[in-house]
Design a protein around this ligand. Structure first.
Ligand code: B4P
Length: 190
């Protein structure tokens, strides 16, 4: 089973590359951001609770996202593997994912980190905000908060996977197809 954690700051291109990876390797895409937005669109209790955090660029509480991921894994029992996009975002989430996968006798195969500089991230998210309708892309101060939250709470996840020998950085700036080629060469060696 191939289980990839696709990692990087907000706007690094995780969603963009995840779509291409799942098609090429026949994997299931689990994006916590997408799942939360669909809960929000359906106005579920979970979605309304998550909205309070997402609109400010803060992380949704760990227990909420961990529970969501578990039910998605359970509902895809015959999958060849998963691309985790935007999850784990805290060390607690990373530990919970390991525990959850180990109970099913599977493992994270590797972490792929898309590296993009700060100014490029802000530019991409401001551009996307012009048409996406996403509250968290509309305001530069919220975008900056998301990047700060990433640096404070999410970067430590890299150390967690480095200590397991699973860290693989890829330059996330440039042509989307070129980045995908580099991502695939990492996956093919895992
Ligand atoms: P996400 O949905 O994960 O949003 P994101 O970090 O902005 O990444 P996204 O996938 O959208 O951006 P991408 O890089 O693909 O999270 C949103 C919110 O949900 C979080 O702030 C948080 O509140 C909550 N949340 C989600 N997961 C959580 C968790 N595990 N725990 C707690 N809270 C959680 O693309 C960005 C833009 O760049 C796109 O417009 C794309 O077209 C463009 N782009 C991509 N590649 C490019 C390239 N090479 N060159 C130029 N542009 C490119």
């Amino acid at each position: 089973m191939l289980n990839i954690v696709l990692f990087g700051p907000p706007g690094a291109g995780k969603g963009t590359q995840a779509d291409k990876i799942i098609e090429k390797y026949n994997l299931v895409h689990l994006s916590t951001g997408d799942i939360l937005r669909s809960e929000l669109a359906a106005k579920t209790e979970l979605g309304l609770e998550a909205k309070r955090f997402m609109d400010k660029g803060e992380l949704v509480p760990d227990e909420v996202v961990i529970g969501m991921i578990e039910s998605k894994i359970d509902s895809n029992k015959n999958a060849n593997g998963f691309v985790f996009d935007g999850f784990p975002r805290t060390t607690e989430q990373a530990k919970a994912l390991d525990a959850l996968l180990h109970r099913k006798d599977i493992d994270v195969t590797g972490l792929i980190v898309l590296e993009v500089d700060h100014d490029e991230l802000v530019k991409r998210l401001v551009d996307r905000g012009k048409g996406s309708g996403r509250e968290d892309d509309k305001d530069v101060s919220i975008i900056e908060n998301r990047i700060q939250v990433y640096e404070k709470k999410t970067i430590p996840v890299v150390e967690y996977y480095k200590s397991q020998g699973k860290y693989n950085p890829v330059n996330g700036v440039g042509d989307i197809e070129d980045i995908f080629t580099n991502v695939c060469s990492v996956i093919d060696k895992l």
